[in-house]
Design a binder for this molecule. Sequence first.
Ligand code: 3HC
Length: 311
Amino acid sequence: MDDAAKVANFEKRIAEGDKIEPKNWMPERYRKQLIRMMSQHAHSEVIGMQPEGNWITRAPSLKRKMALLAKVQDEGGHGHYLYSATETLGIDRTEMIEQLHEGRAKYSSIFNYPTLSWADIGVIGWLVDGAAIVNQTMLAKTSYGPYSRAMIRICREESFHKKQGYEIVTTLARGSEAQKAMAQDAVNRWWWPSLMMFGPHDADSPNSAELLGWKVKIQSNDELRQRFVNITIPQVRAIGLTVPDPDLRFDEESGDWKFGEIDWEEFWRVVKGNGPCNRQRMEHHRRVHAEGEWVRAAAEAYAAKKAANAS
Ligand code: 3HC
């Protein structure tokens, strides 16, 4: 088929809700958009291990340490699922990491904030993973098969992440005055950055129209952000905490919790590399990647020897 017929057939399949698989023909632009979005998602999962990993040795009990260890290990696994899913599009993991190190690929702004207290670990599990669940539950329906299947598996683990986070914050909110104040301080610092995870407003999103047209995204940034706020505000109120938004109000007609304007100046400052921890996150990632070179070399040598023995 010539390209026009291939595009028409591809778009017919998307419209009919088919999953596009690696061996199927796809427009180069579709492939490039998926590589951008999926590799950045993978980078986010791996870099997201840093702020939480910072508290593994300082968890307040063995039980808390075990749950946090399990969560951080899960995030590393999510990164591998997503790098593997992205490699089905013809890009090598080495190249993706190079793009990250050279500033040609992004990762989620949320991981550029510091974890200042144990309450931050609970709020990350509750709000950050809670926001990720809203986004990833949608992405489980994405038109690209490998991404959709990775999301289904990841979402199962995310729900444990959110539950353990909310349980930590609930324990603190119902504890001493000092514990409740620590929990409220963490919510105050992480609330707006969690809303920023969903990206710019739809009208300011250069990628959304194309991604929605190809059913890579099924819902828009603003729709998902609103869904997250509607789910989360009742959870905040249930444990006697508040969010730092004087404009928050319940709109009877729509059933939505209307919220104030996000500080987009802060959002773009962090996305462009000038957030509180951007430099630290990238230095750590570069250093640990270099330290892990021997592991990659050993794995490649083993694979080459095995292949040589097999031939
Ligand atoms: N942080 C960093 N960059 C962001 C961003 C954020 N929160 N939101 C948007 N951007 C970037 C986009 O990447 C894009 O830049 P690019 O074209 O150079 O890649 C630009 O800002 C414009 O944004 P758009 O809305 O046009 O971009 P998208 O249509 O790709 O939407 C997105 C952004 C909603 C993040 C979308 O890419 C997406 O859903 N990605 C998959 C999910 C994901 O990556 N989540 C990150 C968190 S992972 C996580 O939370 C792990 C959990 O276990 C804790």
